[in-house]
Write a protein that binds this ligand. Sequence first.
Ligand SMILES: [Fe+2]
Ligand SMILES: [Fe+2]
Length: 140
Amino acid sequence: MSNDNADLLRILNQALSAEYGTLYLLPRHMAEIEDEEIKRQLHLIGEVELEHAEKTAQMIVSLGGEPTDDLINLRPRKDLKEILEVHLQGEREAIDIYGRALAVCGDPDICKQIEAIRREEEGHQRLIQRTLDRVTSSQA
Ligand SMILES: [Fe+2]
Ligand SMILES: [Fe+2]
């Protein structure tokens, strides 16, 4: 296995852990939220994160690696603002992780998949940021 692949596999496993972390927290957080629109947003984001976990695991296997995950910092929150902040931070981390994966990616097909996932994370970041802004201004 090339060195680049080892780096990429390590980063993709971080991505997989981040996706699983989000998938673990989302249902817990949705149960705490009363706002139906925000619940729906998080549900839709969760569907996309599940696809990301599937694609990322598939990329890891196709690169000759093995999916390993290491879940940390999975304390569910109760306050709506805190919930949104946790997921906003999660999206930022995902963008960072997939960006690092892209930087060491050699295979054009894998690079394209990683780039598409990162774009979706950027969309999630914008969506959650907008919602957080709205919630913050309504609480002010
Ligand atoms: Fe994701
Ligand atoms: Fe995301």
